[in-house]
Design a protein around this ligand. Structure first.
Ligand code: HEM
Length: 594
């Protein structure tokens, strides 16, 4: 080899070596930068995740309870890895306020999930819409036409009529003290569903017109509850994307099936409405125009642009309002009444207040509510101990942020454990005790409201994605509870004692009672009062839904349940490891290990 070629080859070697050093240095630098960033701020504490499934096995059956129990070990901000998804859980008022107030704009989206995809028209609804134009349009429509003070007042007569129907049904069930016990949840559900349906659609959708449940109301309630239950299941496919296709729990297929039934129900209602509008009929005798009539043909101005609603937009919105607005309210009333039955002194005091304000010769009306501070305290206490969505609805961060000195990366799902927050012993003396007095003037929590301003009790969430139906939900819960306790004394079925009334929780997205409240209502007003029913009736017939809607696999009480039914755990782990490994090779995963 001559000297010139040897010098070329040595230059080449130097070049290659230099390049290698540069590339390695670059990567080392990057890794150092990432580590330095992470080292500066630690992640919040949390249980050690398992390979692939992460902390999913730590969630147990009642997720809100398992997460609340972790506070003792890890404190009020807990970091989890569920499959490949980063999750942070807020379990104290101060942490929740940092997420939902200080960093609200960063957490104003919902994370992707199969419910939004398969049930809620592929995110075309309000609840799961990304924070932006579409979401603003839906919120504006609801705020103006359904939840504003003016809209609520316009439809007050509807709620009063439906509550009167409920009262009459309860009075009739008594049958001179000989009747069989009433399943209160069924009747409450008919009441809330019809009160809402008459505002949204201008017609009742369920019940026999006398306040009792019928097959349709049963099916409708089951559809709503199934939405809540399915949405509350921690679906493996949402957390381990490589397994989404396998639908191990059968959740996605149940969601698709449910979507079809709900869609058929809503399509028929819209078609009927268009026909009725064309023939200028109003089958219900509604005094005011319902939301659906307003939505059909509505052209909204959103951010300076005109937005014409499609049938899918309308169906997605109605689906949200029915599912978010019925079971939440009726189950809260059921919990409230169960607490009052367990605490006869509190019930007596609330009845005394009602008697002194309303008397005994008429039904309570919505306009009385402002003069009933003790009743309002009872309702706050019921919301505190039994928030209908114990983990609120999830949010997701759009960028990295710092909360309470911890690093929260972008794309982290936020769960706000409103159930644990409202039972925090450092904020609530004797937190498990049902004690409305804590909200009365002169008491420590006298000025605490439940509308998203005081983070120690936030049953409706907080921040810009706070419950859209707060005003209606709160009014409905207060009014129904007032009517129940003013109109009746309550007895449990023979053989049951109040001390042993089952207060266990079942878990879906909403907090149901594990066993329904069965009761004997004993009218306490003049007979002519509780048997009075004003207004008009009109029940729309919506066919096509049959069968047992909550079948095996996903049942009330299911959190992370049954997802390995019939498959051995170890075999599944191997399959999951392989699938996840293959998946990670192809897809960029934003997660960085703790
Ligand atoms: C007892 C009654 C109710 C409770 C406890 C309740 C609770 C909640 C909670 C915790 C959220 C999530 C808030 C957040 O992310 O911070 C929510 C959202 C929502 N609720 Fe309610 N709710 C109730 C009644 C209603 C009613 C009556 C309606 C409508 C008829 C309704 C419609 C909605 C909608 C549309 C959202 C989504 C808001 C958005 O993403 O912007 N809710 N609700």
């Amino acid at each position: 080899m001559d000297s010139s070629s040897s010098s070329i080859s040595s230059s080449l070697e130097i070049l290659i070596a230099t390049s290698c050093v540069l590339v390695v240095s670059f990567f080392l630098l990057k890794i150092r930068q990432i580590l330095a960033k992470r080292n500066k701020l630690p992640y919040p504490p949390g249980p050690k995740p398992w390979p692939v499934v992460g902390n999913l096995p730590h969630l147990g059956m009642a997720v809100h309870q398992s997460l609340a129990a972790m506070v003792k070990t890890y404190g009020p901000i807990i970091y989890l890895r569920l499959g490949s998804v980063n999750v942070v859980v807020a379990c104290s008022a101060s942490i929740a306020s940092q997420f939902l107030k200080t960093h609200d704009s960063n957490f104003s989206n919902r994370p992707p999930n199969s419910g939004a995809k398969h049930i809620a028209y592929n995110y075309q609804d309000l609840v799961f819409a990304p924070y932006g134009r579409r979401w603003r349009m839906f919120r504006k429509i609801c705020a103006v036409h359904v939840f504003s003070g003016k809209a609520l007042d316009e439809f007050r007569y509807v709620r009063e009529e439906e509550v009167a129907v409920l009262t009459k049904a309860l009075a009739k069930s008594n049958k001179n003290g000989q009747g069989s016990p009433v399943n209160l949840a069924d009747l409450l559900n008919v009441c809330t569903t019809n009160a809402l349906a008459r505002v949204l659609l201008g017609t009742r959708v369920c019940g026999d017109g006398e306040g009792y449940a019928d097959q349709k109301s049963q099916e409708f309630k089951e559809m709503v509850v199934e939405v809540m239950v399915l949405s509350g299941v921690f679906n493996i496919g949402d957390f381990i994307p490589s397994l989404e296709w396998f639908d191990l729990q059968g959740v996605a297929s149940k969601m698709k099936n449910l979507h079809q039934r709900f869609d058929a129900f809503l399509t028929k209602i819209i078609d009927d409405h268009k026909i009725n509008a064309a023939s200028n009929e109003n089958c219900t005798g509604s005094k005011n125009s319902d939301l659906l009539s307003k939505l059909i043909g509505l052209k909204e101005d959103v951010d300076g642009e005109e937005w014409k609603l499609t049938d899918t937009d309308i169906k997605a919105l109605l689906l949200n309002l029915f599912t978010a607005g019925t079971d939440t309210s009726s189950s809260t009333v059921e919990w409230a009444l169960a607490e009052l039955i367990r605490h006869p002194n509190i019930l007596a005091q609330a009845q005394q207040e009602l008697d002194s304000v309303v008397g005994k010769d008429r039904l309570v009306s919505e306009s009385d509510l402002n003069q009933l501070p003790y009743l309002q305290a009872v309702i706050k206490e019921a919301f505190r101990l039994h928030p209908s969505t114990p983990l609120s609805l999830p949010r997701v961060s759009v960028e990295d942020c710092e909360i309470d000195g911890y690093f929260i990366p972008k794309n982290t799902t936020l769960l706000t454990n409103v159930w644990a927050i409202a039972r925090d012993p450092s904020m609530w003396p004797d937190p498990l005790r049902f004690e409305p007095e804590r909200f009365l003037p002169g008491s420590e929590k006298a000025n605490v409201d439940i509308k998203g301003n005081d983070f120690e009790v936030i049953p409706f969430g907080a921040g810009r994605r706070i419950c859209a139906g707060l005003s209606l939900g709160l009014r409905m819960v207060q009014f129904m509870t007032a009517a129940l306790i003013h109109g009746f004394n309550w007895e449990l079925p023979e053989g049951q004692v109040i001390e042993k009334l089952n207060m266990d929780e079942a878990y879906g997205l909403t907090l149901q009672r594990a066993s329904p409240l069965m009761v004997h209502p004993k009218p306490r007003l003049e007979a002519h009062v509780s048997l009075y029913v004003g207004g008009t009736t009109g029940v729309v017939v919506v066919g096509g839904t049959t069968g047992v809607l909550i079948d095996d696999g996903v049942v009330l009480g299911g959190g992370v349940v049954d997802f390995v039914d019939g498959v051995s755990w170890s075999l599944l782990m191997v399959v999951m490891l392989v699938m996840e490994f293959v998946y990670q090779l192809h897809i960029h995963n934003t997660f960085t290990t703790r």
